[in-house]
Design a binder for this molecule. Structure first.
Ligand SMILES: [Zn+2]
Length: 163
């Protein structure tokens, strides 16, 4: 466990700019972002690959990624969209053996490209980026009105509720 850099980040033993944390998972800025606001969502419980990950926990990780993708649209990063990407296994370019979901804010015309594991890496100001994302999360929470299904701000019609 101590050899795992993401477990050390979860434990606060390795530096990272965290943007979200709860009892189950945390999200922090990728130290080699391909776009400003590029985050990793990791379960706090160590699981090297999807093979080792509890399915419910995996669903929770994705739900957090979903919310962060909505949050960056509401933040001053002004994302138009996001890539949610999970590389499972070294064959799929997984570089840290602790399951992580990439959430990469995208803008129209940003020209970031993925090609055979080679990605463009750009430096960014972590502190202001994290603050922007956290403001986006706060904006998302304001949008999440009571009476909607779940906490994602998604409205789903209730079957048989209307005549
Ligand atoms: Zn780990």
């Amino acid at each position: 466990m101590n050899d795992c850099v993401f477990c050390r980040i979860v434990a606060g033993e390795a530096p990272a700019t965290k943007v979200y944390e709860d009892d189950t998972l945390c999200a922090f800025l990728d130290i080699r972002p391909i776009a400003r606001g590029h985050m990793l969502v990791v379960p706090k419980q160590h699981a090297a690959e999807l093979e080792d990950l509890d399915a419910e926990l995996g669903a929770y990780v994705f739900r957090a990624g979903h919310r962060l993708a909505l949050a960056v649209r509401r933040s001053t990063l002004a994302a138009d969209g996001a890539n949610l990407l999970l590389n499972d296994g070294t064959a799929a370019f997984q570089t840290v053996a602790h399951v992580h979901l990439h959430v990469i804010p995208r803008k129209h015309g940003d020209k970031f490209r993925f090609a055979a594991g080679v990605v463009l890496r750009r430096p960014h100001d972590a502190e202001s980026t994290a603050a922007a994302i956290q403001a986006g999360i706060a904006a998302l929470e304001r949008d999440e009105k009571p009476g909607r299904n779940g906490k994602l701000g998604m409205e789903r019609p209730e079957e048989g509720a209307q005549e």
